[in-house]
Design a binder for this molecule. Structure first.
Ligand SMILES: Cc1cc2nc3c(=O)[nH]c(=O)nc-3n(C[C@H](O)[C@H](O)[C@H](O)COP(=O)(O)OP(=O)(O)OC[C@H]3O[C@@H](n4cnc5c(N)ncnc54)[C@H](O)[C@@H]3O)c2cc1C
Ligand SMILES: NC(=O)C1=CN([C@@H]2O[C@H](COP(=O)(O)OP(=O)(O)OC[C@H]3O[C@@H](n4cnc5c(N)ncnc54)[C@H](OP(=O)(O)O)[C@@H]3O)[C@@H](O)[C@H]2O)C=CC1
Length: 476
C-alpha cells in the first residue's frame, strides 16, 4: 500500500496552503494531496497591508502543475470516500487505499440553497456554477437574488442588463458584513441605474483571472474549490437589456415558489417561475440565485470513528487545528474553530482564513509528527481582519467591527464623506474594539495597532476622527 507522512484532502486554498506549509517545514517527508477537482487554488503575489491584513492573487493550477512545483508533494485527482482513522488509511472512489501518519481534511463547503433540487434555483460556488449562471443570464429579463451576504452583495453590483429583485431578511443591505450606516453609504451605487461599464464606479480588476481549459466537470458531482476575489470579472454576466435596475425587498423571505400560470405579479409578462415572498409580494422571474451561505462538507465521506461536529455542521477543531480524532486535522470552510478565541477574532468562512488555517494546520501537523508538544498559535488568530471590495469601494473590516460579542455596550465614532469614505470605529471603555473602513482611508494600520494594543483613547475623544488632525501622528 502506498504510504505518506501527510495526506491532505481537498485542493482549495486551505488544502494547498497546508501542502505548501508542510513541504517547507518537513522537506524530507512525502506529502499527498487528494482532490476531487482537476485544478487546485494557490495564493500568489501577497501584499501585506498591515500585520494581519493582506491581499493576494489566486492562481488556478492544474494538479500536475502544482505537483511539479513542489518536489515532495504528489497530487491525485480523486474523491475520498472513507478514512479509517485507526488503521490510518484513506480510500477513494478510484479504488486507491493509502496509508498516512497525519491527515488534514480541507473539503470546503457547498452552497446552502433555499430549495435543493429546484432547477430554477442556482447557487454560486465554483467555476462550473458560475458558467451555469453565465449561460442562464444571457436570455434573462429578471432574477430574484435571495441572501444578504458576500455573494448577493457582489452580484447585485456586478450583474448588468436585467432587473434584479434582491430579497433580504434584514432592514439593510449587506448585513453579513456591514452595519446600517455603511449600507446607507452604499445606497447611491446600489440604486444607480446606468450600466456600470459606462459609469465611474467600476474599478480595475487587479487580481484573479479564472481560466480553466479542458475542465470537464467533477467526478461524482462534487463541487470544485470555491471562487474568491474578482470571480465575476472574467465571466459575461449581462442580461439582455442595457443598464440594470435593483429593487430591494427588505425584511422578507421566500415563502414558496410556483410555476403556475395563474400566479401573477405586477408585470404583465409571463415567467417560468414565481417567487412568493413572506411580505405578500409575488415576483415572476427567469431564475433565483440562492446566495444563502455555505454548509461545510464535513459528512461527505465515512469515518470509522465519529468526527465531532459543531452546531453549524463544521468539524470541530481545537487551537492546533486537531479534530476530535487523533492524527486527524481540519482547516478552511469545512471546520469550525472551537477553541477559546482571542477577544478580537472570530471565524468567518473566508479565503484569508482558509489560508491562515491551512498554513497553521501544517505547522501543527509537523510538530505532532516530530512529537513536539509546544506549538505557538499563529498571530493571525489574534485579530479578525478582512479586505474586500463592495460596490466598487475598498472595504476593510477589523476586529469586532460590528460590535460582535459586545452586547450593544459600545460607542461608535463615525466619519462619513459622501461617495468617498465611511469610517466607523467601535470603542468600549475608551479602547478600540473594531473598525469598518470603506474607501481609501489609509487608517488600517493605525486601527489594527490600536485594537491590538488596547491603548486608552479617552483623551482623544472625537479628535480620533477629526479630518483636520493627522491622528496617525499621535500613535507613531
Ligand atoms: C463566489 C464566491 C466569492 C468569494 N469571495 C471571497 C472573497 O472575496 N474574499 C474571501 O476572503 N473569501 C471569498 N469567498 C470565500 C472563499 O472562497 C472560501 O472561504 C475559501 O475558498 C474556502 O477554501 P477551502 O479550501 O476551505 O474550500 P474550497 O475552496 O471549497 O475547497 C475544497 C476542496 O475540496 C475538494 N473536495 C471536496 N470533497 C472532497 C473529497 N471527498 N475528496 C477529495 N476532494 C474533495 C473540492 O473539490 C475542493 O477542491 C468567496 C466564495 C465564493 C463562493
Ligand atoms: N467579498 C467577500 O468577502 C465575499 C465572501 N464570500 C464568502 O463566500 C461564502 C458564501 O457566500 P454567501 O452565500 O453570500 O454567504 P454569506 O454567509 O456571506 O451570506 C449568507 C446570507 O444569506 C442569508 N440567509 C441564510 N439563509 C437564508 C434563507 N433561508 N433565506 C434568506 N436568506 C438567508 C444569511 O442571513 P443570516 O446571516 O441572517 O442567516 C446571510 O445574509 C461565505 O462564506 C462568504 O463569506 C462570498 C462572496 C464575497
Amino acid at each position: 500500500m502506498e504510504s505518506y507522512s501527510f495526506v491532505i484532502v481537498g485542493g482549495g486554498i486551505a488544502g494547498v496552503s497546508c501542502a505548501e506549509g508542510l513541504a517547507l517545514l518537513c522537506p524530507e517527508k512525502q506529502i499527498l494531496l487528494i482532490t476531487a477537482s482537476p485544478v487546485v487554488k494557490a495564493v500568489s503575489n501577497i501584499i501585506h497591508l498591515t500585520k494581519t491584513l493582506c491581499e493576494f492573487d489566486v492562481k488556478e493550477l492544474k494538479t500536475e502543475q502544482f505537483a511539479d512545483s513542489l518536489p515532495t508533494v504528489s497530487v491525485i485527482q480523486d474523491t475520498v470516500t472513507s478514512i479509517n482513522t485507526k488503521e490510518h488509511t484513506v480510500c477513494t472512489v478510484g479504488g486507491k487505499c493509502i496509508k498516512y501518519e497525519k491527515i488534514c481534511i480541507c473539503t470546503g463547503g457547498s452552497p446552502k440553497l433555499i430549495m435543493e433540487d429546484n432547477p430554477f434555483v442556482l447557487g454560486i460556488r465554483d467555476t462550473e456554477s458560475v458558467k451555469e449562471f453565465e449561460t442562464r443570464i444571457k436570455g434573462a429579463r429578471r432574477i430574484v437574488v435571495v441572501g444578504n451576504g458576500g455573494i448577493a452583495t457582489e452580484l447585485v453590483h456586478e450583474v448588468q442588463g436585467l432587473q434584479i429583485i434582491w430579497a433580504i431578511k434584514d432592514k439593510h443591505v449587506s448585513a453579513t458584513f456591514v452595519d446600517p450606516g455603511a449600507a446607507e453609504f452604499f445606497q447611491t451605487r446600489l440604486l444607480r441605474a446606468e450600466d456600470k461599464e459606462t459609469s465611474q464606479v467600476s474599478s480595475p480588476v487587479k487580481r484573479l483571472k479564472y481560466t480553466v481549459h479542458g475542465f470537464s466537470g467533477m467526478k461524482d458531482g462534487l463541487g470544485g474549490a470555491a471562487l474568491g476575489p474578482d470571480w465575476h470579472a472574467t465571466f459575461d454576466i449581462h442580461g439582455i437589456h442595457p443598464g440594470r435596475m435593483v429593487t430591494v425587498e427588505y425584511e422578507t423571505e421566500v415563502q414558496n415558489v410556483s410555476h403556475r400560470a395563474d400566479s401573477t405579479d405586477s408585470s404583465d409578462e409571463s415567467w417560468p417561475i414565481h417567487v412568493h415572498l413572506t411580505n405578500g409580494k409575488i415576483y415572476g422571474c427567469d431564475f433565483i440565485v440562492s446566495a444563502t451561505g455555505v454548509t461545510p462538507n464535513s459528512s461527505i465521506f465515512a469515518t470509522d470513528d465519529k468526527l465531532i461536529l459543531a452546531d453549524d455542521g463544521g468539524i470541530k477543531v481545537n487551537w492546533k487545528m486537531e479534530t476530535s480524532i487523533p492524527d486527524t486535522f481540519a482547516a478552511g470552510d469545512v471546520c469550525t474553530a472551537s477553541w477559546e478565541r482571542a477577544p478580537h477574532w472570530f471565524q468567518m468562512r473566508l479565503w484569508t482564513q482558509a489560508r491562515q488555517m491551512g498554513m497553521y494546520a501544517a505547522k501543527s501537523m509537523a510538530a505532532s509528527l516530530a512529537g513536539e508538544e509546544e506549538v505557538l498559535q499563529d498571530f493571525s488568530f489574534e485579530l479578525f481582519s478582512h479586505v474586500t471590495r463592495f460596490f466598487g469601494y475598498k472595504v476593510v473590516l477589523l476586529g469586532l467591527y460590528n460590535g460582535q460579542t459586545l452586547d450593544g455596550q459600545y460607542e461608535v465614532l463615525l466619519r462619513v464623506t459622501k461617495d468617498m469614505e465611511y469610517i466607523k470605529l467601535v470603542i468600549k471603555d475608551g479602547k478600540m474594539q473594531g473598525a469598518v473602513l470603506i474607501g481609501e482611508t489609509d487608517l488600517e494600520e493605525m486601527c489594527e495597532n490600536l485594537i491590538l494594543n488596547q491603548l486608552d483613547l479617552s483623551v482623544y475623544g472625537e479628535d480620533l476622527l477629526n479630518p483636520d488632525i493627522d491622528i496617525e501622528d499621535y500613535f507613531d
